[in-house]
Design a protein around this ligand. Structure first.
Ligand code: ATP
Ligand code: MG
Length: 393
């Protein structure tokens, strides 16, 4: 058993000694059995939050309303969630109202997919009440219970289904897929942030093209921001050739497929509630992509783009089958006398000390010097730049 579980066993044992049940649950069991990296573990227990708090000296009320208490033990923190059912689903979103129960079965029943409804006790024995082991073995994403009911309760689960398809390289069980096809129109009930997080996980996972095909084919895409009516443009995605890509490259590819104009990228990224940092990364990639599709960039343009944007753009061009001479571009970039402004030996203060008046002209002069250095017309040394200034004034 991986150390991450072993270290937590005393916590579960303490709950058991007090007469409660305690299990490892959810994604960590799935990932353990798939021999995937386990990033965190979830513990479920029949103990109510107050009972958990009484047992452990150091706790944090993480989500006490939903039954989650964080226990600090031996320098680590563990989230313990009381067995619960969810009821009164309104608005097709996860309910705010949960009911604590004493039965593991009830808790596992409310989970989304059979492979996520596995539990494991302190002895390492698996509890499999919904045939999750079989589905894991057959690489199947299958809803627990009636998929129509489950997606009605929480429409995000439809996005989670395609996300897990991509991440785990699994197939979608037939009736689960059919239910998504029927209920795809419920997706807009879910917050954009949550849709986006699942979309990005889908897009950057190893099986993203197959998952994306289902995302389009079931019409789930129609409920995603700015994707309505764009199925034809996006239909190329599943036939593109690429390995998992970075998030910024994913957005750039989508934007290029959708033929979104440069001045509308900001709005698109905002519609998806992306950060400003992500938006500017993506804008730079699309700009350089557009430039490269027309002509070779100048040295200064390569410098301005920077290494990260250049490499991401090369990635995007390769994904989209745009012929570019990536090796030559990288060679040219690597041969630049300076690769970022910070490598320039002088700055504004140096110019002021050399007698240049502060003001807009100073900025222009600095840019001019930078361009000359990049073009190889001026050496990046204080002596050479001082001499150049002497000639100018
Ligand atoms: P990841 O590796 O992305 O963390 P995960 O399966 O652990 O995958 P979480 O979002 O961390 O996903 O959720 C933990 C567990 O809670 C899931 O394995 C599942 O059992 C349950 N769960 C999460 N979201 C839902 C949902 N929307 N509906 C039903 N059960 C859910
Ligand atoms: Mg998790």
């Amino acid at each position: 058993l991986p150390q991450i579980f072993v270290a937590a066993i005393p916590v579960l044992e303490k709950l058991e000694e007090a007469g409660f049940e305690a299990y490892f649950v959810g994604g960590s069991i799935r990932d353990l059995l798939l021999k995937r990296h386990i990033h965190d573990i979830d513990i479920a227990s029949s103990a109510y939050p107050e009972e958990v708090k009484r047992l452990f000296p150091k706790t944090i009320d993480t989500g006490i309303k939903h039954g989650t208490v964080t226990v600090l033990y031996n320098g680590s923190s563990y989230e313990i969630t009381t067995f619960r059912t969810e009821s009164g689903y309104q608005d097709f979103r996860r309910p705010d109202h949960v009911t604590f129960v004493r039965s593991l079965k009830e808790d596992l029943k409310r989970r989304d997919f059979t492979i996520n409804a596995l539990a494991m006790n302190t002895k390492g024995e698996i509890v499999d009440l919904f045939n999750g082991l079989d589905d894991l073995h057959h690489h199947l994403i299958k809803a627990v219970g009636d998929p129509l009911e489950r997606f009605h309760e929480d429409a995000l689960r439809m996005m989670r289904a395609v996300r897990f398809m991509s991440q785990l390289q699994f197939d979608l069980e037939e009736q689960t897929e059919e239910a998504i096809r029927q209920l795809h129109y419920l997706l807009p009930k879910i917050s954009v942030e949550r849709i986006r997080d699942e979309f990005v996980k889908m897009g950057t996972g190893p099986n993203s093209r197959k998952a994306f095909a289902v995302f389009l084919d079931t019409e789930l895409s129609e409920g995603a921001p700015d994707f309505a009516g764009k199925k034809d443009l996006l239909a190329i995605y599943p036939s593109l050739k690429f390995d998992p890509i970075l998030e910024s490259s994913l957005w750039a590819v989508i934007i290029i497929l959708l033929k979104i104009a440069n001045n509308e990228i900001g709005q698109f990224m905002r519609d998806w509630k992306n950060s400003n940092a992500m938006t500017s990364k993506v804008e730079k990639i699309v700009d350089l992509f557009d430039l490269l599709s027309e002509r070779a960039p100048t040295d200064y343009e390569l410098f301005e783009a920077g290494k990260e944007t250049l490499l991401n753009t090369i990635d995007v061009a390769q994904i989209l089958g745009q012929p570019i001479n990536s090796e030559a571009l990288v060679d040219r970039y690597m041969a630049l006398p300076i690769k970022s402004s910070s490598e320039l030996v002088i700055d504004g203060r140096f110019l002021i000390a050399a007698g240049v008046n502060p003001g807009p002209k100073l900025g222009e002069l600095l840019t001019d010097i930078k361009k000359k250095v990049i073009a190889g017309e001026l050496e990046n040394s204080r002596e050479a730049i001082t001499a150049f200034l002497g000639n100018e004034f």
